[in-house]
Design a binder for this molecule. Sequence first.
Ligand SMILES: C[S@@+](CC[C@H](N)C(=O)[O-])C[C@H]1O[C@@H](n2cnc3c(N)ncnc32)[C@H](O)[C@@H]1O
Length: 266
Amino acid sequence: MHTHTRIKLKLLKKYFDICHHYHKDNLRKFYHIDTYAGDGYTEFGNEKALGSPLLAIQKGFQCFLLEKNKRHFKKLGDNISDFLEKSDIKNEKVILGILNKDCNTAIEEILKEVPPYCHSLFFLDPFAPKDLKWNTVQKIIEHEYKFKSPRDMPLRRPELIINLPISGIKRITGKLKDEENNPEAKKAVGHVTDFFGSIQWKEIWKKYEMDRVKGATTSEESRDALKNLHIGNFEPQINEVCRMSHHDNSLEGNPIGSILMWPRVR
Ligand SMILES: C[S@@+](CC[C@H](N)C(=O)[O-])C[C@H]1O[C@@H](n2cnc3c(N)ncnc32)[C@H](O)[C@@H]1O
């Protein structure tokens, strides 16, 4: 999992560097909304690195943070206080809000905090498919804002980085055959349906399974098919997609995840 996390944070840092360069004269024009904030840090064995919320704070960006887990939430508050104390960054400049809530239920409350004239990033970094519902993503991509100047700038929507929990999704595909007679399997399958926003993923997976038995497809292709289904949901609003897949050698080359990004301008 370490490789995946490192790549995720590297991608985010690069994105932040670009935003910082672009908005350095007025950082108030950029909002970072971290709906799966964690506790502020990421651990790689004995090594501890800044996690997504602290990377954003370090850049001086305005942040709106959500964390559902009570223990992580408490640690997040403590870690942010310690971090700010050691820096010259003022809390009120960077922290717009920290909520101990499920982002799927609090999404409307969050969107109200994203002003109509600012560039924003929603960083969606769920552990598992059950943590993110398509409904939530849809509300984010329907949110609109305009740059104040020049006045004829096109309408924009939030940018998104989604860390697709593909390995969790693939694990649940194994439960599809028990869906009808095992309530636990039915629940897990339901989470994936909520993640994709429809039952279409089941057909895609069943076709993959048939092709796999015939030796006509690979694991990589099945992963791509699921990713493409998710991306397809974004049509027609999508402007640009940047996908990343990678393999973790420590897991004998098994694919463990993908990161997708949808910068969008209309
Ligand atoms: C992968 S970790 C986040 C890591 C963090 N983004 C980083 O890069 O440092 C996922 C976090 O999301 C939290 N979480 C899971 N489901 C959530 C939900 N529905 N709403 C808010 N937080 C959630 C978990 O408790 C966990 O701390």
